[in-house]
Write a protein that binds this ligand. Sequence first.
Ligand code: ASP
Ligand code: MG
Length: 456
Amino acid sequence: MIVMKFGGSSVANADRIRHIAEIIKEYREQRPVVVLSAMGDTTDDLIEAADLALTGKVLLDKTEKLHLDTAKALGIPDDEVKKRLGELRTLLTGVSMLKELTPRSRDYLVSFGERLSVRMMAAYLNSINVRAEYHDSWDVGFVSDSNYTNAELLPETWETIRTKLGPYAAGKKNDGKPIPVVTGFLALDKNGFITTLGRGGSDLTATVLGASLRAEEVQTWKDVDGILTADPRIVPDARPVPVATYEEAAELAYFGAQVLHPRSMLPCRQTGTPVRVKNSYNISAPGSIIVTKHTEKPSAVRAITTKQGVTLVDIVSTRMLGQHGFLAKVFQVFSDHRVSIDVIATSEVSVSLTVDHEKAELSALRRDLAKFADIAIRKDRAIVTVICDVRRSSQILAQTFNVLAKEKINIQMISQGASKVNISMICNSSESARVVQLLHREYFGSADMDARGGTA
Ligand code: ASP
Ligand code: MG
């Protein structure tokens, strides 16, 4: 069996739903369990509606129109949709009167997005003679703690999923059992209240289903050809990475590539269940597959990513020169100010590190660090990360710096990740696109850049 997960944009309107239904039909023989997100931006819209209700206004038109129009366009009965939307409006009205919204009610409110999308998809599949059945995820075993808006699944989820869906997963081809269509993102806590698993949580729903049912693979369907060697907005001829390990994919996700959230890869990593990223506009393309280990020797570099809006903090020890405990002190200050560190490099007496400056307010932090060190803060930097086989790092570093030196690009810091799959460099934000283009051309032969006399 396989798990097929479709995100919000894949089910954004009637056309997309019809298209996805055809894909599901194609894979029918492989006994898919389908996981869906809410339609389009419905989750955002519901969060917005909740905030607005707190100010006394009930505005649900966009969500109502989207779902009712879609049901109509798909030619499916809309009583179920109407019933849910009615409940939702009542709830929002309540919030607008009380002007109070707990995280628990927020999750309940947001859950309507996924609960609507699975009902509509199952109805549509049945209407085209593909037997399907919708499930709220708790009906197939998803139980979580009560950490509303960011709940953690309880371990028993795995076993319950096997009890509930095992028979379907193990069934014979064409035994007529309906395809389960399951709400992503949602669970139920021990008290019977709906919880959500954090934004983008549908991926986790899919990987937990796949891992516990020992699926042949978990497919997450996107609008691009899998994981790309670079951001196509920077490198137009970026190409799919055919195979990546979980570690490599986690680094990619962390540094901004369109992959699954690292947290959602954990279940499949545990069981070694492959995760495939596929393009719903290019069904026959293999996409990218994420596996435990490379079986064939891969190329030295897997992909190149960049993260903008980074601040570089240089900390040079003054009084504590040579004393132990310097790093501990530095980290304590960051922890006190709740500023998280991305990339770090150290020498005997100095530390350079990067923080996300869009999030971090640094003046208080600076004051505390200045008590025992000289501080330089440089804004508008970018991280360029080369996801690669670090065992070949001497070769990669030599090649990389050769290219950048020729172009007179100055790298201000470099760090080799402990996970052995990334080398990160800090440069000026304004130069980062060019660094990515140059390195992409070097490692993947990209010809798509306005290089000053560059020859590919
Ligand atoms: N609909 C939820 C969100 O937008 C969950 C998901 O799409 O994965 O975050
Ligand atoms: Mg969404």
